[in-house]
Design a binder for this molecule. Structure first.
Ligand code: HPA
Length: 236
C-alpha cells in the first residue's frame, strides 16, 4: 500500500485520473465538478482527489511541473494503483498565429528537447510519443459539440520555460508544432511503456506570435473550466 510519492490507500483512485499541473487546480476541479469528493493523497502537497461525475468514479491529481515530476506520478499511479488512463489537462504557449488564447489543443503527438528521453537511447532512434487515438477523437468531437475552438496536432514538450535563445521556438513552429508545454512526452512514453492510455488536452495561456494580450486569472479559470468539462465527458 502506498508508493514512494503517493500515500493513498489501495483502490483509492478511479481507473481514470485527470491531471492538472497545480495542486490547487486539482482541488478546484474536484470541488467544482465532482460529488462525494475525498482527498486521497497529499505527499509533498501534490494533492489527489476521488469523486463522482454523473455517476462515474473519477480522480484528479496534480502532476507538478516538468518531465521528472509527471514521470514519477504517472508511473506510480499506473503501477501502484491500477490506473488505466491519465488525461493531462494543462496550459500551453501557442506557436501558431491561428491558435488563439483559450483555444484547446488535443495533442496527438509530442516532441521533446528533454534529456528525460535519453533513457531510451538504446533504441538507436527517436521515439515518437503519441496520445491515445480514441480518446483524442472523442476529445476533438466533444470540444466541437461545445463550440470550443479546437486544434489537433503535435506539441513540444520542453524542459526549459525561460529559454536562453529567444528564437528557439521558431524551428519547432516551422515544423508545424502547435504549441509548447512541459509534461506530455514523459506522460505518453510512461503510458506506452506500461501498456496504459494517456491524452494531453491543453488550453492556450500565452502566444509566441502575439504578445498583445495576456490572460487574466479569471480568463484562465474559464478557459480551464471548458477544457475540464471536455475531459470529464470523455473519461472512461
Ligand atoms: N512554455 C512552456 N510551458 C508552458 C508555456 C510556455 O510558454 N505556457 C504554458 N505552459
Amino acid at each position: 500500500m502506498g508508493t514512494p510519492h503517493i500515500n493513498a490507500k489501495d483502490g483509492a483512485f478511479a481507473k481514470t485520473v485527470l491531471m492538472p499541473g497545480d495542486p490547487k487546480r486539482a482541488e478546484w476541479i474536484a470541488k467544482t465538478f465532482l460529488t462525494d469528493v475525498e482527498k486521497v493523497t497529499d505527499v509533498r502537497n501534490i494533492w489527489g482527489f476521488t469523486g463522482y461525475y454523473n455517476g462515474k468514479k473519477i480522480s484528479v491529481m496534480a502532476s507538478g511541473m516538468g518531465h521528472p515530476s509527471i514521470g514519477i506520478y504517472s508511473h506510480e499511479l499506473f503501477t501502484g494503483y491500477g490506473v488505466e488512463t491519465i488525461i493531462r489537462i494543462g496550459t500551453c504557449g501557442s506557436y501558431q498565429p491561428n491558435i488563439k488564447l483559450f483555444d484547446v489543443i488535443v495533442a496527438i503527438g509530442s516532441s521533446t528537447d528533454s534529456n528525460w528521453s535519453a533513457q531510451f537511447n538504446l533504441l538507436g532512434g527517436t521515439y515518437s510519443a503519441i496520445g491515445d487515438f480514441d480518446l483524442a477523437v472523442k476529445a476533438r468531437d466533444e470540444a466541437r459539440n461545445k463550440k470550443i475552438p479546437v486544434h489537433v496536432g503535435q506539441i513540444l514538450s520542453a524542459d526549459v520555460f525561460y529559454d536562453d535563445n529567444p528564437d528557439a521556438w521558431k524551428k519547432w513552429a516551422r515544423l508545424g508544432v502547435l504549441g509548447v508545454e512541459m509534461e506530455s512526452y514523459a506522460l505518453y512514453t510512461t503510458a506506452a511503456k506500461l501498456g496504459k492510455k494517456a491524452l494531453c488536452l491543453l488550453t492556450v495561456s500565452d502566444s509566441f506570435t502575439d504578445h498583445s494580450r495576456i490572460a487574466t486569472v479569471e480568463e484562465r479559470q474559464l478557459g480551464l473550466a471548458q477544457m475540464v468539462k471536455v475531459a470529464l465527458e470523455i473519461a472512461e
